[in-house]
Ligand binder design. Sequence first.
Ligand code: CTP
Length: 396
Amino acid sequence: MLSGKTILVGITGGIAAYKICELIRMYKRANAEVLVVCTPNALNFVTKLTLQNLSKNPVAVEEFDVKDFNPEHISYADRADIMVIAPATANTISKISQGICDNLLTSIACAFTKPVIIAPAMNCNMWENPIFQENLHKMHYEILEPESGYLACGYEGKGRLCSLEKIFDKTVELLTYKPLNGKKIVITSGGTIEDIDPVRYISNYSSGKMGLALADIAKNLGADVTLITTKDVSRKYNVVKVKSALDMKEAVEKEFENSDCIIMAAAVADYRVKEISPQKMKKTSDDEITLTLVKNPDILKEICARKKASSPAGLPSCPLIVGFCAESENLLENAKEKISKKGCDFLIANDISRKDIGFSSDYNEVTILDKNGGMKKLERADKRTIAGEIFKVIYG
Ligand code: CTP
C-alpha cells in the first residue's frame, strides 16, 4: 500500500513512545521506507536499537549523528514524503509552533514542506492549558487529537495517544488520496478592509481560519491552490494578499477563467466609504459625524452570473462556485434565500451567533445547501475536518 513512500517518524519523550515500535512495523508491513528521528528524551522510553531493528535504518537523534556531508535536518526533510510526530509532547509541539529548532527533530519539522501529522499525548491538564492550545492551533498540520481515558501519570482525562490505526490510516490518506489532483481551486478568506482615512477603516471579525483550512486541505488533496486573503499567510501554495472588496473582486476575476472551483469563504464588506480621506480626519466640535457609504460589488453574485453567461449549453459549466453564508438568526431560512439569490452551486451556512464555532473559533458547525434543494449538516468539528467534509460533499 505504501511502497515507494518514505515516512519520517519523529518520536518525542512521552510514555507512549513504546507504542510507536508497533506503528513502525505497520508502516514496514505496508512496504514503506521508514526513517526514525528521536528527541534525546524519547530514548528514555524506547531504545535506539529497537527502533533501528524495526525500521531497518539508522536512528538519528543529534544533528551530526549520520556521518556524511549533508546537513541532517535538510536531507531528512528532502527524503521523506511525510513526517509523523508521535507521540508529540506539549514541549515539542510548542517549540515547533514557534519555529524553534533546538534539536534534530524540531529542525527537520521547520524545514519540512510536505504533509505533517502530529499525534499529541500528554497529561490532561497540559492538554487543556490555554497557552499550549494556542500553540497547537497555530500550526497548519494534521492534528490527531488524543483520546480520553486512564493516563500513565495516574490522571483520568484527555491525553492518551490516539489509536495507531488512526495514525496509520491518516498517513495512507495523506500519501495516496488525491481526489483533487489536477484541479485548480481558488479560495477567498478573511474580512475585507475598507479605508476611511490613512489611520481608520471598517472591517469585520472574520479570522480567515475557515478559508485557510479549506486551502490547506485542498492542497493536501492534490489541488493546485490559490488563496486570496486579507490576512498575512505564509504557505507553499499561491497566496494573493488583498485588502478591500474591490481588490478581492479584481483578484477573483483574474483567476476565474482558469479555475475549476471558486470558494468564497471571505467576509466581504457590503459597503465601502464613498470618499476615502487622503489625510487623517480631524475631530470637529460637532457631536456627530456622518460617513457616506456606497455599496460594494457582490463578488459571488457577479461570478455566478458570469459563469451562467459563459456556459455553453449542454456542457458541464465551470467553475464550480461555492458561497458561504454567515447568519446570526434564522440560519436555514436565510441560507435558502441566499443560494437562490446568488446563484451558486453550494452554500455553506454557519451560525455566527454561537461563540463555540464560526468567527475566530478553531471549530465550526455548518449546513451545506446545494442548488437543487439538498442539505447536509456537518456536526461541530475543527475547521480542517469540516474543510475535508466540505470537499467530500462538493466533489462527492
Ligand atoms: N459576498 C461577496 N461579495 C459581497 C458580499 C458577500 O462575494 N459584497 C459573498 C461572501 O464571500 C459569501 C456570500 O457572499 O460567500 C454571502 O455573504 P454574507 O455576508 O453571508 O451575505 P451578504 O450577501 O453580504 O448578505 P447579508 O449581509 O445581507 O446577509
